[in-house]
Design a protein around this ligand. Structure first.
Ligand SMILES: Cc1ncc(COP(=O)(O)O)c(C=O)c1O
Length: 485
């Protein structure tokens, strides 16, 4: 991989490369060509309030938030790592925020170059050279890739292949995306080792199979050892392999999915590359595909010709999947992340994520049941021991008790293949001290569970809200802002 680390975002150290749009570029010149009806003739009006009231309002709100900047957040499957603040200031620069998506190509050469270079770097990192940055989230990437698959099948006149095989440990978005894209789903069993069961996969193969969607590392935090054989089987059967790459944090810079036979994958930039996951904020789920599938990618795609960047429609494009060019600010942060770390740094991120998860797994395995107790990737799944459950304690009680102790609970009751699951993802950004403190907290909670402590059912006792009616919260969410809160 050749991801050249650079010190300054706006300077490109590669010979013959120049970033056209530098800080301080004239924004007035940049809006040239923007249709008159799209321009404001007055500033937007904002609600009037005193500065102090505003500061108090936002300070109060921020204190109600649970954030990685104050506490440990080992939320499995969500990669809640620390994201360098410098990337926020890069994304907030007016040279970027002042751009308008309808400006003509000649006035946004820097932004186009950034997207072109980021796509190229992601292609190198995944071993899949065709990249679109448009999808707004992981699930959107899944849907986009399935539309690409469908376009490929349709062009071959292969209208009978309408089934996607998905292991039972998959993230819920996988079958949902298939259904949305008009495919049927057949479920493949997981083996005792927590991996896709190859014999079961073989029994599902046939002329109806369009492809396989497989998460790797999978949702149990395990690397699919048989992935190369699995890809071969799907190809022999006439289908394509889609890898859910939301867990790429564990293998980036170490393994390239294109090398072990994957045809398409998505990345969750809002987990792996410097934008926080969750909170309903903007995300980005680029997809990377083989050379063969590149012509079906969404429009527009950025191309370079003699140092000039422009947007074109790929030959057999599935069309637009999103307004404009995806969530550009997330792409900016990802670009900064990749360029600052370089290939070496990116590999170290993955290695440290794996080391941290294994450190915790080994510290906790005598106190919690770890169903697949062997080297894991960036996360692992545990569950309460039988004696704890006999004492009437459930995983939900453990999660609530951890809130009392100052931790964001790990993901619970997922993946579904492990009953009472607790899924722990420490990420690479945490220190050994934090991991030790968290391990001690979980060991303490295990002892409380074994002692059948009654207060576990009432936790958290130190929060404005203790237990909520989860079913009612889902069915009747209160989404409106209420004055005075
Ligand atoms: C394995 C896996 N697949 C898919 C997704 C969906 O990504 P998003 O929430 O961005 O749609 C996630 C979310 O974290 C995930 O962990």
């Amino acid at each position: 991989m050749n991801l050249t680390p650079v010190n300054l975002l706006f300077e490109d150290s590669r010979p013959g490369r120049r970033c056209v749009q530098t800080p301080g570029a004239d924004l007035k010149a940049a809006v040239k060509g923007l249709p008159m009806e799209e321009r404001r003739d007055a500033p937007p009006s904002w609600p009037e309030t005193g500065e102090l009231d505003l500061v108090r309002h936002f300070t109060r709100l921020s204190q109600k938030n649970f954030a990685i900047s104050t506490n440990f957040y080992p939320l499995g499957s969500c990669t809640m790592k620390y994201n360098p603040v410098v990337h926020e200031s890069i994304a907030a620069r007016p040279e970027w925020t002042g751009l308008h998506p309808l400006q003509d190509d000649s006035s946004v050469q820097g932004a186009l170059q950034l997207m072109f270079d980021l796509a190229a770097d992601l292609g190198v990192a995944t071993g899949l050279p065709g990249v679109t940055l448009h999808p707004a989230a992981g699930a959107h990437g899944e849907l986009t890739a399935l539309m690409v698959l469908r376009a490929w099948l349709d062009e071959r006149g292969d209208h009978e292949r309408r089934t996607i095989l998905i292991p039972d440990s998959a993230h819920g978005t996988n079958p949902a995306s298939c259904t949305l894209a008009g495919f049927k789903v057949e479920t493949i069993k997981s083996s005792e080792r927590g991996l896709c069961e190859v014999e079961d996969l073989k029994s599902h193969l046939g002329p109806h199979v369009a492809g396989l969607m497989i998460t790797n590392p999978n949702t149990l935090g395990l690397f699919e050892d048989d992935i190369a054989e699995i890809c071969e089987l799907i190809h022999e059967c006439g289908g394509k392999v889609y890898m859910d790459g939301a867990n790429f944090n564990a293998i980036m810079g170490v393994a390239r999915p294109g090398d072990f036979g994957v045809d398409m994958m998505h990345l969750n930039l809002h987990k792996t590359m410097s934008t926080p996951h969750g909170g309903g904020g903007p995300g980005s789920g680029p997809i990377c595909v083989t050379e063969e599938l590149t012509k079906y990618l969404p429009a527009p795609a950025v191309v370079e010709n003699d140092g000039e960047y422009k947007m074109v429609t790929p030959e057999a494009s599935i069309g637009r999947v999103r307004g404009f060019h995806g969530n550009f600010m997330v792409l900016l942060r990802a670009y900064s992340y990749v360029k600052r770390l370089g290939a070496e740094g990116i590999r170290r991120v993955a290695e440290n994520a794996v080391i941290n998860a294994n450190y915790l797994r080994v510290k906790l395995r005598d106190h919690w049941r770890v169903p697949h107790d062997r080297i894991c990737m960036h996360e692992f799944v545990a569950r309460p021991k039988r004696e704890m459950r006999d004492a009437g304690i459930h995983t939900l009680d453990v999660a609530k008790r951890l809130i009392e102790l100052g931790y964001h609970p790990p993901t619970v009751y997922f993946p579904l293949v492990v009953p009472e699951a607790i899924m722990i993802e420490p990420t690479e950004t945490e220190s050994k001290e934090t991991l030790d403190e968290f391990a001690n907290a979980l060991i303490q909670v295990a002892k409380e569970c074994l002692a059948g402590e009654e207060f576990l059912h009432d936790a958290p006792r130190n929060m404005p809200v203790s237990r909520v009616d989860e079913a009612a919260a889902v069915k009747k969410p209160q989404l409106a802002f209420r004055q005075g809160e």
